[in-house]
Write a protein that binds this ligand. Structure first.
Ligand SMILES: [Zn+2]
Length: 228
């Protein structure tokens, strides 16, 4: 995967953590009691956990991320997800599976084409303000049907038309550029969604400690590639 006009703005897009707080990489494995203060998982630690989880997903034939009675009990009264994932509704791209995480680990928002509307932005704001998540991942994927629809046409029946309209600017931005149009449009859409979250999510005092990252999922290999 290469390219995108937004690449030049990548640095500006990142909201990099300034204040690092007691990171606990074992956070999800040792979920605290219901009313205990949750340790903060920094954006850097969160990316590392997701990267390790995806490597497990890619390399193992059996996932480690299945819910268990223990995990259920640990999270039944409270949740402290260490990352927010904005992903596509595509049935092959479930973040809990591709990052090999358990219940309570990820706060997930999914729409076709990984678009964000006001409901999604509100969900992100809630997870940052009330659940302590410091990392926002925008996860697109290879051969995304929603992006493919927006490449094929500027309109679609019913509410699918809203999705096509939402993705269409990304398609137009990459038309005529080198490489595969669908792949470029998928990447461009990921950048634009991340940019929208950066501009529109009201993160308040948390903004300086939250980081937004972009990633694309390879349906063939199962690998998540972090985009620069
Ligand atoms: Zn998709």
């Amino acid at each position: 995967m290469k390219y995108t006009p937004y690449l030049a703005n990548a640095a500006a897009l990142l909201i990099v953590s300034a204040g690092i707080v007691h990171a606990d990489d074992k956070h999800s494995a040792t979920a605290p009691a219901a009313h205990a203060a949750a340790p903060v998982v920094t954006p850097e630690a969160a990316v590392a956990k997701l990267t390790e989880g995806n490597a497990r997903y890619v390399s193992k034939s059996v996932s480690n991320g299945k819910p268990t009675a223990k995990a259920r009990a640990a999270t039944a009264q409270s949740q402290h997800p260490f990352a927010i994932v904005v992903g596509c509704a595509d049935s092959r791209t479930s973040p809990e599976l591709v990052f090999d995480q358990n219940i309570g680990d990820l706060f997930v928002i999914r729409t076709a084409g990984n678009l964000v509307d006001d409901y999604a932005l509100g969900s992100i704001e809630y997870a940052v303000a009330h659940l302590g998540a410091k990392l926002i991942v925008v996860l697109g994927h290879e051969r995304c049907g929603a992006v493919k629809a927006a490449v094929a046409s500027g309109s679609a029946p019913g509410h699918v038309g809203s999705i096509v309209s939402g993705i269409r600017p990304a398609v137009k931005a990459v038309q005529g550029t080198a490489g595969d149009l669908l792949e470029n449009a998928v990447n461009e859409n990921i950048y634009r969604v991340a940019d929208k979250i950066s501009r529109k999510a009201a993160l308040g005092d948390e903004k300086s400690s939250v980081r937004i990252v972009r990633a694309v999922f390879d349906l063939d290999s199962g690998k998540v590639q972090w985009l620069k």
